[in-house]
Design a protein around this ligand. Sequence first.
Ligand SMILES: [Zn+2]
Length: 629
Amino acid sequence: MKKAKYLLSLSAYILFLGCAALKNNSVNKPINIQATINLVDVNDDKVKITVSPLVVIQDEIIFYIPQIVPGTYEYSNFGRFVETLKAFDKKGNLLPVESLDKNSWRISNAKKLVKVSYLVNDTFDGPVGSDVYPMGGTNFKVGETFLLNLHSMIGYFEGMKEVPYHLSVNSPKNLKAFTSLPSISESDSLDVFLAKRYFHIIDNPILYSEPNAVSFDLEKIKVGLAVYSPTGIHKAEVYQSAIEEMMIAQKNFLGEANNTTSYDILLHLMDMDELQYFGGMMGALEHHTSTTVVFVDQMKPQELTQNLVDVVSHEFFHTLTPLNIHSEEIHNFEYNTPLMSKHLWMYEGTTEYFANLFQINQGLIDEQNFYNRILEKLNYSKRYDDTMSFTKMSAGIVDEPFQANYGNVYQKGALINMCLDIIIREQSGGEHGILWVMQNLAKRYGTEKPFKDEELIDEIVTMTYPEVETFFRTHVEGTKPINYMDYFNKVGLTIGDTEVPLSSIIFKENQNLFFEAKLNDEGVNQFIVNGLNTTIESMGVNVGDVFLGLNDKLFPEINQENTKEINALLTSSFMWDDKTEFSITVQRNNDIISLKGITGTPSVKVSGVINDTEASEASKKLRKAWLKN
Ligand SMILES: [Zn+2]
């Protein structure tokens, strides 16, 4: 998964995304679980579902909706979205059902059970949906779109997770299904899909929308992109070339480690109200042959393109890990009593590191841009507990205090991989890096063969060098913070003055705002300018000015109640391109001044990672091997 936060809070901006006994081939007895979804008769924003089991041989059976799904690393309790679950015998009589907890129901007289039926709410509205990541959620908008992450809709019967599912969807005429789930038949009103087992129900989300999709071949990969845009502004064709360029570069980077033959991108764009509902959360969730991506429709094409490149490249690298390299905990994922693996440093860390490294390796970005990304990760990682064992955190991630440190898998997790990469390059004379390790692991394991959680690090050490073992024991399993300068020095980098671009004019560095809320003498909150970026500096904004408003709109009274309105005003700047003209209103002494400017490329001089001009030839050579091999 990759998540990003897009809104501000007043105080701080947080950045962030077969049961053998049941096998029976006799004609009268079902060989598949039969599931139906009715998207035509939607009442009160609820969709009707039925699920029919195989023949049940025990007196009681439990029906489950997942508590947690792979890639999210938090409890979602999707059973919360289910209402009025009923169980029926073949004559349509009700069987006794007892709700056991949020996600499971016990059905009695189960030998007579022929189906359960229930209604599901979507996660995009209502009192409880906002804590589910939108990219892992469901959105029902009659006549317009249905985003179906099926783990929030379709459940499984105890002991029948490995049985194939036959899924029928009654669909509105104007909407077309887009999914990597294999279809048996499709028509205007009925689409029928087949999933090999329950995992495939979860692994293949479906997007229903008016046709807005492109499909193209990249050497041996068939790529699809479907877009739902509430205003219809964003067309799939516009994004095809950027995705082509990115995925060709990824394939070149991965080499033989890539064996994906088809990949579908389901891009569901939200409106501003939905973005607010999720507290600014956007991002994507990985699957074996597809990804669900959720961003906001108000993004300019240029900005949406960059976000797609950063996020979809991360998701596509997940086809390497965890999808092709994973432990037993992930392979036999327990949706309702999960055991977590110790290796988030790899599942998310390696993935995020590669999503940045491939861009410099394949010439999509330059060296300084890559170093700035590393610096940004280094700065963000400081918001988390740097002395927490990464393997311990990973194994405990669904509970505190580990859950609060989850975001560090994208920051320190990526940096751990950078250090390992540099160590392996140094020891191998530039020949190998962490990608080589991953290529070997992918050959040894794969989608169907998990590794043992306890053995992975030893296995990597055997493949590499004692220095790799020391690093793992000290900084990944151990609790000692990494001194990154040691690794920068090895590859001829140092800390010095550099100019770093900012994603919006409202920042003075990284994601820190150029102002802070302070009480004035009358006890009223004011936004006081406490730093500048190049754009606002050239407009004439001064440190110490009172920041009153943007584009002739003044902030309301600065308090918790007005957070939404203030956020909306500030985040409007995220949608601007580099040619947008805007104004800032400030109070200086007793004058109210409106300052005008153009967005341009807001940036800031910081102490950052740069090439060391004094570096030795050996370290420059190692740098080249690290970035370009
Ligand atoms: Zn991820």
